[in-house]
Design a protein around this ligand. Structure first.
Ligand code: PXG
Length: 457
């Protein structure tokens, strides 16, 4: 008998509420509302225990790039688990999938990114990256270069290093003290600014904040600047085109390492393999996770550029860092198959030339709705701002209410989207069809109508 046949929905909900501590959840609230139990998925749709079909316009948590129900990925995991379920990568050992994947990653990333360190998640990738960056400067004979600069409202994970590097104030307010040696500058969020500057002037101004901070701290104390190419969890904040090239120029000028956190933007999301390719910058390191396996198994990593890797390998000796699951054979086997799917089905090109432009056009048409102040989208990663007044783009007084009204109505009407305050974000699987985009947009419009009605009442 399957698990589903043994229990009722009420059983699951009661057990869940009694024993399961969920991420980012108010459990008193959940105890009253009860969790939605998701039992299966196919393509772009997830199905709950009542068999409601819900279009997942978030790819799970920005990760199911190849879509649900890929038997090739399940088979890759199963075959590998039968052959070699686990062995570690410490003590001069390796396994074939982890080696093969390293070469594939080298091939799909920029030419100077030739080496990978494997982790089990995005947060572990961030921790690893911080240790690599600081170790690099020690080996370089500049041990004072420890400070890492990131942005406010950035998301870099939930471990203590991830929380500290991220710029989420609700996270900073719990469970301190945080990691020392981290600085935050303002994010390039044009819609939240007074919008008096052109996008181009705003891009230069916000990048200039990095230079100001480096000068305040003294370049000799700064190890790296880290940023998501497009901030995901913060609300799909797309910087002006000149922002990243200017950041790169500043990093180069002061000898500061440039790191792109590609946990969301990587593996085709923006219509290029990586966000740094879209913004045409050359990071010294990138962190990745999520889309590398389309979320089918946990895997993350750091791609280390030659400049840093050569120094660490030539002069660094043993790097005292690693995880039990670094280079897990089953996760790596799934990643290999997943990258082959992205390549064979030309999904990255599809996002750039076909489904991306198709969805962007329809998404931007939503800006006509009376409660939408701005729409933005690159590849298949987008956002819209809910506002009370279209002309002034003023927010609703009761911040986050409109976003919550929208999100709850959406999920009860067959559509998953995330609300970040009053910003609605979307990031559907890269395999979404034209008809499914039409369905997503139609449902979105209905959710907007509902939100408008509730907010006016
Ligand atoms: N960096 C970035 C850019 C991320 O988006 C992480 C690091 C951490 O990855 P792990 O695998 O440790 O979770 C992330 C994760 C949301 C949401 O609600 C976003 C993430 C995770 C959970 C929720 O948007 N991103």
């Amino acid at each position: 008998m399957s698990l589903l046949e043994q229990r009722t929905k009420a059983d699951w909900q009661a057990l869940d509420s009694d024993h399961y501590i969920h991420p980012f959840t108010d459990h008193k609230d959940l105890g009253e509302k009860k969790s939605r139990i998701i039992v299966r998925a196919k393509g772009v749709y997830i199905y709950d225990v009542d068999d409601n079909e819900i279009l997942d316009a978030m790819s799970g948590l920005w990760c199911v790039n190849a879509g649900y129900g890929r038997t090739e990925l399940a088979d890759a995991a199963s075959d590998q688990l039968k052959e070699l379920p686990y062995y570690n990568s410490f003590f001069q050992c390796a396994n074939p999938p982890s080696i093969e994947l390293a070469q594939m990653l080298k091939n799909i990333t920029q030419a100077h990114l030739n080496r990978v360190f494997y982790t089990g998640s995005g947060s572990e990738s961030i921790d690893t990256m911080i240790r690599i960056v600081r170790r690099y400067w020690e080996v370089m004979g500049q041990p004072k270069r420890t400070t890492i600069i990131a942005r406010k409202n950035a998301y870099h994970g939930s471990t203590i290093a991830g929380v500290s590097l991220g710029g989420m104030s609700p996270m900073h307010s719990q469970g301190g003290p945080l990691l020392p040696g981290i600085e935050h500058i303002e994010q390039p969020y044009w819609f939240e600014s007074d919008r008096s500057l052109s996008q181009a002037d705003f891009g230069l101004k916000m990048a200039g904040l990095l230079e100001e901070r480096i000068l305040e701290l003294g370049a000799e104390n700064v190890a790296a600047f880290v940023g998501e190419p497009i901030q995901g969890a913060g609300g799909v904040i797309i910087p002006p085109d000149n922002y990243w090239p200017e950041i790169e120029r500043i990093c180069k000028h002061y000898g500061v390492l440039l790191v792109n956190d590609e946990v969301i933007c990587g593996f085709g999301r923006l219509g290029e393999w990586f966000g740094s390719d879209h913004f045409k910058v050359k990071p010294d390191l990138i962190t990745f996770a999520k889309g590398v396996t389309s979320g089918y198994l946990p895997l993350g990593g750091v791609m280390v550029g030659d400049k840093v890797a050569d120094v660490l390998i030539e002069k660094g000796g043993e790097f005292n860092h690693g995880f039990t699951y670094s280079g897990h054979p089953a996760s790596c086997a799934v990643a290999i198959k997943n990258i082959q799917i992205l390549q064979n089905e030309k999904l990255v090109e599809r996002v750039k030339n076909d489904i991306g432009p198709y969805m962007q056009k329809k998404w931007h048409a939503l800006a006509e709705h009376p409660v939408v102040g701005e729409t933005r989208m690159v590849g298949l990663m987008g956002a819209m701002e809910l506002v009370s007044s279209k002309t002034s783009c003023e927010r609703f007084d009761d911040k986050s209410t409109a976003g919550t009204v929208y999100r709850d109505f959406a999920v009860n009407n067959g559509l998953v989207m995330r609300a970040v305050g009053d910003t609605i974000v979307t990031s559907p699987p890269l395999i979404i069809s034209h008809d499914e985009v039409d369905e997503l947009i139609e449902k979105t419009w209905k959710c907007l109508d509902h939100t408008q009605k509730v907010m006016a009442s």
